[in-house]
Design a binder for this molecule. Sequence first.
Ligand code: PLP
Length: 455
Amino acid sequence: MMSDLSKLPSVDRILKDPRAKDLEERYGRQPTLTAVRETLERIRKAFLEGKGDVPSIEGILEMTSAELERNLSPTLFPVINATGVIIHTNLGRAPLSNAALRAVQEVGGKYSTLEFDLASGGRGSRLIHAESLFRQLLGVESALVVNNNASAVLLVLTVLTRGKKVIISRSQLVEIGGGFRIPEVLRHSGTELVEVGTTNKVHLFDYKRAYSPETAAVMRAHTSNYAIVGFTSEPEIEEIAASAHQAGLWFFDDLGSGALLDTAPFGLKHEPMVQESLAAGADLVCFSGDKLLGGPQAGVILGRKDLIDQLKVHPLARAIRADKMALAALSATLDHYLKEDALSEIPVWRMISADANDLKVRAQSWQRNIQRGRVVEGNSMVGGGSLPGETLPTWNLAVDVDHPNKLQEILRVNAPAVIGRVEDDQLLFDPRTVFPESDADFIKAFHQAWSAYEK
Ligand SMILES: *Cc1c(COP(=O)(O)O)cnc(C)c1O
């Protein structure tokens, strides 16, 4: 150990060392240079603060190597979701079906008909792909797919209601995760928001009283992530739509989750469905591609052709258009609904419809392999801004440990990372959201983490 800062070698001197050349070969020239600089800076700072000596060149190279390892390891990679939250916003929402993944690989890795019309040999439109599927599936006049649902709402309001008024119930002034607030989106679009009713009650007469010559539309936003319970009421959407139409206004429904299948048969509350909204008279509906639809990130707008035609030609639509991989995955996802194999092929629906007994058997098998914990009844959640407060009965592996948060942390930084849930000083692992093909990885990761925990 040297104790004099003047002995700290220069960047050049370190880079001339054969071991630095090895690092350059492994990690690249620029990243190595950056890491050497940062390491020297750290040493200098620690020395000046009296917190460390100047290490030898060996020591510096070791620190540089560790720095490179940290800097260059990927930050986006798969994890095992054992939280029991199916549409986990922080863990990437809906996982894609195998067919959707294949479509992404095919279309993403090759040239495609994205904007090419094979019959004429001329330019085609990227908008036709999903549109024709939605037409067959739901009988809608028109469809437009954009980057996500937030941008879908912004597009509809910017193009169709700017400078005019839109009526919405006070009970629906929702904030979605990530700071997306309906009142703010309305303001950004240049639309004047007219709130009607109270937080818990809104009547049809509240809407009717608000109609004015400046009103363009009536909007409903699904209260995706909260529920108002108790003394509450709001009109049926058929009534709202009919009353809007009578007044010469159109009705826009932001559904959020975009359920095409009924959630009620699985013991959940009935999540509003796309078909119902259209049948109730909504002129436009919009929803996410990666919530209950179970596809890629996308925003889907369906409904009246005259309205959607106006959206399609607006510059904002170009700015928020969906990319070819999302369109490929979305088409393959919709195909599952057409073929009626969505429950078995789309991961979100497979998890929702998973049989509690099968989950128990898997939790028991985890327990046998891990030789730890108890299999206990628990609750899974749909998550992702749908069905707030609703749960699905499940079986968890519950592991009692003195320091559950410590074990949890080790599991998180392990490879593969396992994300569980800490509840009442126990670590819970829910098989519902773990792909059965990941069971072996989960068990291995747990064993590894456990040995590290015991050390
Ligand atoms: C989730 C949600 C959105 C935002 O959708 P993204 O796809 O996340 O952009 C908008 N409105 C409602 C009602 C939602 O539930």
